[in-house]
Design a protein around this ligand. Structure first.
Ligand SMILES: [Zn+2]
Length: 396
């Protein structure tokens, strides 16, 4: 039996207390008696559950490879084809690059990641196999869920569906999809194929939907219809969902109501550059929301750092969240919201849950979101994996 006592911490910024951890789980929250456990003194730090990165691309970052001079044109298709070309030219090795991102994410207090991973007829399963190796190698420090993601299109690149099927048979956790109209120009074909794979393998679905306005709404209606018909409530996520930020608010409200009925979750990156789903409206309607960094420092763009506390700040800024309760909700999206979408069992800061815990020096949770202090201590299943903003393990 292994015990660790976190002394003098404040769960969610509340009253000072202690957290006793036993065999990787939270055994008790309350002032501790004299104990034989190993002790970490939190010094009054806030304790929150591990941050959840619910939309990443672990296979494609150039993190640690020097500054990349951006080459891709502005259209989505330019970014996709430029990336396919540069992957081999620059040797963006998915195993190495995903490992680097695991260390980066852990240093920021992330304890679980859902990563979309490219599957296409050029790379075949290279990216999947690299990230799967990282998932296995770092299974004690990070929960990683892999989405088999047809980044280059499904219907327009014959052979992709069979590769997706193979990835799912070999351990991919989620069926991905991408702009069924905009990329494949065959929404019925792509969505029937994706939902068919989900049924065959008994896996959830997570679809990138960049399509705006009416086109996005049309695709979303087809996703909603399939979710309903196949009884996949609670198993479908739409990432980005920019169409929900459309100016036709009546149509967005109707879509939102259907999303709530079918329990379809929305993953957002809260980008500054696009219309976005409005977090407060989704929350009022009962639609679950999670968040992610998306690709960071890759051939798509120069930004990002996998810091989900910073992502909570972006959500707050993008949604004009100012009062404390709203800013706390922004963090909720980046913790519990992601855990719900990833269906992480026994998540949270409560007795019996896994001891995935982050300590932050701040007065309140909203202050932590606004100031983004270095993560003082990060525990994964009760084991320290990062301290003072540095991962405690090496990846090279
Ligand atoms: Zn993405």
């Amino acid at each position: 039996m292994k015990e660790l006592l976190l002394r003098n911490v404040r769960p969610f910024g509340g009253a000072l207390t202690d957290i006793l951890i036993r065999d990787g789980r939270i055994a008790r929250i309350g002032k501790a008696e004299a104990s034989t456990a190993e002790v970490e003194d939190g010094g009054g730090a806030i304790a929150i559950p591990g941050l959840v990165e619910a939309h990443a691309h672990l296979d494609k970052s150039l993190w640690g490879m020097g500054w990349h001079v951006h080459q891709a044109g502005p259209a989505l298709e330019d970014k996709i084809s430029t990336e396919r070309r540069l992957r081999r030219e620059l040797n963006i090795d998915p195993a190495r690059q995903s490992a680097r991102q695991v260390a980066l994410a852990a240093s920021h207090g992330t304890t679980a990641i859902r990563s979309h991973v490219d599957v296409d007829t050029d790379q075949k399963l290279w990216c999947f196999e690299g990230v799967a190796a990282t998932r296995q190698r770092f299974r004690d420090v990070m929960d990683i869920e892999i989405v088999a993601f047809p980044q280059s299109g499904l219907m327009i690149r014959p052979g992709t569906l069979e590769l997706m099927d193979e990835a799912l048979a070999n351990g991919a956790d989620v069926v991905g999809g991408l702009d069924p109209c905009g990329i494949d120009r065959d929404p019925k074909g792509q969505l029937d194929a994706i939902f068919g794979l989900a049924q065959k393998h008994g896996k959830p679905v997570d679809i990138h939907l960049h399509e705006a306005d009416d086109l996005g709404a049309f695709s979303m209606e087809m996703i909603i219809e399939r979710t309903r018909a196949l009884g996949m409530q609670g198993k479908v996520t739409v990432s980005h969902a920019f169409c929900l930020g459309m100016t036709d608010r009546a149509r967005a409200a109707a879509l939102t109501e259907h999303l709530a009925h079918q329990d379809i979750a929305i993953a957002t990156t809260a980008p500054a550059s696009r219309p976005v789903p409005l977090a407060a409206e989704l929350r009022r309607a009962g639609v679950r929301l999670c968040a992610g960094s998306d690709g960071i420092r890759d051939t798509w763009g120069p930004y990002g750092n996998l810091d989900m506390l910073e992502r909570a700040l972006f959500i707050g800024l993008r949604n004009n969240f100012r009062n404390d309760a709203d800013v706390e909700y922004a963090l909720h999206i980046c913790t519990q919201g992601g855990a719900d979408v990833m269906e992480i069992a026994d998540y949270g800061l409560r007795e019996g849950a896994f001891a995935d815990i982050v300590l932050l020096d701040a007065e309140t949770v909203p202050e932590a979101v606004a100031a983004r202090p270095k993560r003082k201590l990060v525990l994964k299943r009760g084991k320290p994996v990062a301290r003072d903003g540095q991962a405690l393990f090496t990846v090279e």
